[in-house]
Design a protein around this ligand. Structure first.
Ligand code: 1AE
Length: 406
């Protein structure tokens, strides 16, 4: 059999003949029509024809009929780029009734066009010199309308708390008060000052924004100004843009993929693209070094099963693609650290904005509270015990503010 990419769909339908439906997808998204073709033409077209690999029918706990349908798409039908693949397997079909793309396996041949993350989890750890614990990321909050001095001050306070990475808020775009290169300069300056105090290295993921045609040159400007990481709103631009940026050797810094717009794709059980494909397979294939997505515990919630599926995909051992760092995010506070570490182990970036800046003792104490919570959890010590120990005040204040989720 020729090399194929395999898409798995979940189709809900009260009455459909799912075998027939599967066949119509396999034919309709490849050769268009089959039974009407003369025999000689069929022989020529066979190599382009999609294959129904399996159809598993089920009834949901609420009594709804659905089927999981696997279709193989011959690689010969599309070029080696993610837009071509997505349009083939889920272009028109995505609008054709209750059907969701829940899994995707690309062939070795298709995958060979994608080196994946340039740094990946291992490379990010190497840049920071941290190999044995989860990383901590802090998010700028209150960025719009602030000037450079305001951002520098915010950055310094975050860095003093012992965070490993600081990312721009995803809603900070090019603006006259804090233009990209100036922002990088002042923030990297603050990073250096804080480093002298903490002894820690730090990555600053500056938000890469603007028209697609200018992204690569903006990224190069950011790197030339000293940026050592980028944040990128991947779904607003498309996976192919991430792929272009991550495989551009002149943009030699890790890229953190922000999940903005993701809810429009993955949240419905009936429509869209499953979280493990959206934030997992496609982000890793396209080269995201770190991938942000909601956790099961914070303010924006993703069901635990989906969350763990994203994790598995990002971290799955592979001799072809480096692992991407999972970054469960949104509404994270120190009282959630044991749950997150229980789910992810040490291969995770704990990421918080409000949970750091909103700390009752201030931003730097917010970072410290997280670091104490992470160290305690790794040592098997409860948060309450760690908070009561000498130096545990920042954690105690965080627990008083936000509690501990069991
Ligand atoms: C899912 C993305 C989370 C994010 O980007 C963000 O800004 C979170 O902020 P907090 O931690 O909820 O304040």
């Amino acid at each position: 059999m020729s090399s194929m990419c395999i898409a798995t769909y979940r189709s809900y339908d009260d009455k459909a003949d799912f075998q027939k439906k599967a066949l119509s997808i396999a034919v309709g998204l490849t050769v268009g029509s089959w039974t009407d073709l003369p025999e000689a033409r069929k022989a020529e077209m066979e190599k382009h024809l999609g294959k129904v690999l399996s159809v598993e029918e089920h009834v949901s706990p609420t009594g709804e009929r659905y089927a999981d349908i696997r279709i193989g798409y011959p690689d010969i039908n599309f070029s080696r780029d993610i837009p071509a693949l997505l349009v083939t397997i889920f272009g028109k079909l995505s609008m054709d009734g209750r059907i969701k793309l829940i899994d995707l396996d690309v062939s070795d041949d298709f995958g060979s066009a994608f080196p994946g993350p340039a740094f990946g989890m291992k490379g990010v750890r190497e840049l920071l010199g941290v190999h044995d614990r989860p990383l901590l990321m802090s998010i700028f909050k209150s960025v719009i309308g602030h000037d450079l001095a305001g951002l520098e001050d915010q950055f310094y306070k975050q860095a003093l708390g012992g965070v490993d990475l600081i990312k721009d808020d995803e809603i900070l775009f090019e603006n006259p008060l804090t233009p990209l290169e100036k922002r990088v300069e002042v923030c990297m300056n603050a990073a250096e000052r804080a480093s002298r105090e903490t002894g820690q290295k730090l990555l600053y993921a500056v938000n890469l924004t603007g028209p697609t045609s200018q992204l690569a040159s903006q990224a190069r400007k950011a790197v030339a100004a000293g940026a050592n990481a980028l944040l990128f709103n991947v779904l607003a631009y498309g996976y192919d843009v991430l792929h272009e940026l991550s495989s551009d050797r002149s943009i030699n810094v890790p890229i953190a993929a922000h999940p903005a717009l993701g809810g429009a794709y993955y949240q419905s059980p009936y429509y869209g693209i499953g979280a493990s494909v959206l934030f997992g397979k496609l982000m890793r294939l396209a080269g995201a070094d770190l991938v942000l997505f909601p956790s099961p515990y914070g303010s924006v919630v993703m069901p635990k099963e989906e969350n763990m599926a994203v994790k598995e995909v990002l971290l799955a051992p592979s001799d072809k693609l480096p692992a991407s760092f999972p970054v469960p995010s949104a509404g994270i506070h120190p009282g959630l650290v044991p749950l997150i570490l229980n789910d992810f182990g040490t291969d995770v970036v704990v990421n918080a904005g409000g949970g750091i800046h909103g700390h009752p003792m201030g931003t730097a104490a917010g970072g410290r509270a997280f670091r104490i919570a992470i160290d305690a959890t790794l040592s098997g010590i409860s948060l309450r015990e760690a908070a009561a120990a000498p130096g545990g005040e920042p954690l105690q204040a965080a627990i008083d503010a936000w509690g501990i989720k069991e």
